[in-house]
Ligand binder design. Structure first.
Ligand code: LLP
Length: 426
């Protein structure tokens, strides 16, 4: 279970990460600024690796959660594979030097050209979500005279009990195939000579806070696997159990990764005594990247409207969309510890964009003395932060830095206005 303060905490009256003061980097590089910690990324990865060590496994980091090249390279060097959802992400992971055999290609709407690219690249699996998609992949593979390795995404109809926008495992959701459809594909697999049906994949949602829906989904996947093994010419070789384990943003108690691994092993480990050997894949995003980053922003103005206090900051919804899009909670900490003491006042922390949804937090208790020039850290911004950012309001996206061993380096420069108009014609 990762929390916002595992790696970012107050030392010598200042919010720091691995010995680097956030105020110092903010002053030097400007704000808004994404700051990541190497240790914070690697810790959960190592816990997962240790938890699954007794089985043949591959941990495929969900690239969509944080797709910075340096992050991908660092995780790849630590043994991670990658879970992609687009040709763009394939481009990124190739640049980051990830082995094709450690790549799975997920996503509900892969195009034929994307399939061809990934096939030629030699990915480990296409996680296919519909019969129509499977037929397209079959045709693409035959044309290229290749066999596409495939896992069918099973929608187990399990309620992940998370935000409806990020719940994916119910039959009303657009994701995956049901049991009947999958069995039907298996019966008719000879009609699709361009694909090799090797596995099943599941992913029931994101920010899941109890293991019981995952446990149910794993059991259903296992039953389906056993049924399929009795139908197919040769047994399935892998199961991809998806991602989705939640983290602590506020005070919620997220599952421990050790317990998550034990739940996996209960169904698929040595004690489950499965007849045929099976490789296990998982696709964690948020558990690895969520609490590995913060967004540092500067207070521009304090203003009052009626009884309400507002802090207008220089980060906006385009830099970190989650609060505007899902009403998500992110803890907000003053970078200078002196502001954690003294009178605290209910405050709205808002960005400069002309939309009321450009609000990072409402009625948050923060120091009444916070004023222009003070820095704040928006916590738990490492997952779906920068990767979902945009240039709305023609705002250049923030720089990103990675801290490791007490040093930091810029892993993405702040965008310039020239970057923003590239490709436009007048
Ligand atoms: N695998 C598949 C097929 C997925 O669709 C996702 C996330 C993951 C793995 C990784 O899930 P994670 O371990 O990160 O929960 N933008 C939203 C989250 C969307 C998640 C989409 N799929 C947010 O900011 O909360």
């Amino acid at each position: 279970m990762s929390t916002p303060f595992d790696h970012f905490n107050f030392k010598k009256s200042e919010l720091q990460v691995e010995g680097v003061k956030l105020s110092e980097v903010a002053r030097k590089l400007g704000t808004p600024l994404y700051v990541y910690s190497k240790e914070a990324f690697l810790n959960p990865l190592r816990t997962l690796q240790a938890g699954l060590k007794e089985v043949d496994h591959l941990i495929c980091f969900a690239v969509k959660s944080n797709s910075n090249l340096a992050v991908l390279k660092m995780l790849g060097e630590a043994g991670a594979g990658m879970d992609l959802v687009s040709e763009g992400e394939l481009y990124r992971v190739s640049k980051a030097g990830i082995s094709p055999r450690k790549i799975v290609f997920s996503g509900v709407g892969k195009t034929a050209p994307e399939m061809a690219k990934a096939l030629e690249h030699g990915v480990y699996s296409f996680n296919v979500e519909s019969v129509a998609e499977l037929e397209t992949l079959n045709a693409v593979a035959l044309q290229l005279k290749r066999i596409a390795p495939v896992a069918l995404r099973f929608n187990p109809d399990v309620d992940a009990k998370t935000h409806p926008y990020i719940s994916t495992g119910l039959k009303k959701n657009k994701f995956g195939l049901n049991r009947k459809e999958i069995l039907n594909v298996a019966t008719n697999i000879r009609k699709l000579p361009g694909v090799s049906f090797n596995g099943i994949s599941i992913h029931i949602g994101s920010q899941i806070l109890t293991l019981s829906p995952l446990n149910d989904a794993f059991e259903r996947a296992k039953q389906l696997m056993l049924e399929l093994n009795s139908l197919l010419p040769s047994p399935l070789t892998f199961l991809d159990l998806g991602g989705g384990v939640g983290i602590t943003y506020k005070a919620e108690k997220a599952p421990s990764l050790e317990k998550y691994c034990q739940t996996i092993l209960k169904h698929f480990g040595p004690k489950a005594k499965l007849k045929d050997p099976i490789k296990l894949l998982i696709e964690p995003g948020r558990t690895i990247s969520g609490n590995a980053g913060v967004l540092v922003t500067k207070v521009l103005y304090r203003k009052q409207r009626g009884s309400k206090d507002f802090l207008v900051v220089d980060a906006a919804m385009n830099d970190l969309m989650r609060p505007a899009l899902y009403g998500s909670y992110h803890d907000i900490q003053p970078v200078d510890q002196k502001h954690t003491k003294g009178t605290q006042k209910k405050t709205d922390i808002v960005g400069p964009v002309c939309e009321s949804s450009d609000c990072f937090a409402s009625d948050r208790k923060l120091s009444a003395r916070l004023a222009s020039g003070d820095f704040l850290a928006i916590m738990s911004a490492g997952a779906y932060g920068f990767s979902m950012s945009s240039n709305y309001n023609t705002r250049p996206r923030p720089a990103e830095i990675l801290v490791s061993d007490g040093k930091y380096r810029v892993i993405r420069e702040r965008e310039k206005y020239e970057d923003l108009i590239q490709g436009e014609k007048i």
